[in-house]
Design a protein around this ligand. Structure first.
Ligand code: IMP
Length: 176
């Protein structure tokens, strides 16, 4: 298995991630059956999680993509940039935002606030990882969470450090 020297330790193996994603998929199938939800992938970090979770959901759904960024290297810049040009009309729709990780929650709270102004029927958040100890936006939590982790910088399974390591099939702790 390819383990770059920058990886200190594997936190979740591909098998552990697969099992957890399938369990989330079963929950989402149960909650969204008959609603034709719109699943929004936050590029680029959530693309691997998105590809897996939508394939573990056994009911009709649609895709949308948007870009959000707030990180520079291993630090949150505090400034959230959103590009929603590839998001279809969400008025009256049940929307599920798919995100890789909730850290300060600045990105998701800004995005959710913006989407709610567009009159969707509902907006929920599915995230693979949650770092609650890093929260800046008090009280923010995802509706569906894969794993809760400590204050660690992690890469792999879509997550990067300066655009690297997104292709690792596992989630590893980055050596800082
Ligand atoms: P927030 O707005 O601070 O919650 O930041 C969320 C975004 O920061 C995520 O979508 C990631 O792109 C990035 N991020 C936060 N923590 C990590 C990490 O441990 N590894 C890689 N990216 C991270």
């Amino acid at each position: 298995m390819y383990i770059p020297t920058e990886i200190e330790k594997i936190l979740f193996s591909a098998e552990q991630i697969g099992e957890r994603v399938n369990a989330l998929g079963r929950e989402l199938t149960r909650d969204y059956e008959g609603k034709n939800p719109l699943f929004l992938c936050i590029l680029k970090g959530a693309c691997v999680f998105f590809a897996d979770i939508v394939r573990s959901i056994d009911c009709p759904l649609e895709f949308g993509f948007l870009r959000a960024s707030s990180y520079e290297g291993t630090n949150s810049s505090g400034k959230v940039t959103l590009d929603l040009s590839a998001v279809p009309d969400i008025e009256g729709r049940d929307v599920v935002i798919v995100e890789d990780i909730v850290d300060t929650a600045r990105t998701l709270s800004a995005l959710k606030k913006h989407l709610l102004e567009l009159n969707p029927r509902s907006v929920k958040v599915a995230c693979l990882l949650d770092k609650p100890s890093r929260r800046v936006v008090e009280g923010f939590s995802a509706d569906y969470t894969g794993f809760v982790i400590e204050d660690l910088f992690v890469v792999g399974y879509g997550l990067d450090c300066d655009q690297k390591f997104r292709n690792l099939p596992y989630i590893g702790i980055y050596k800082s």
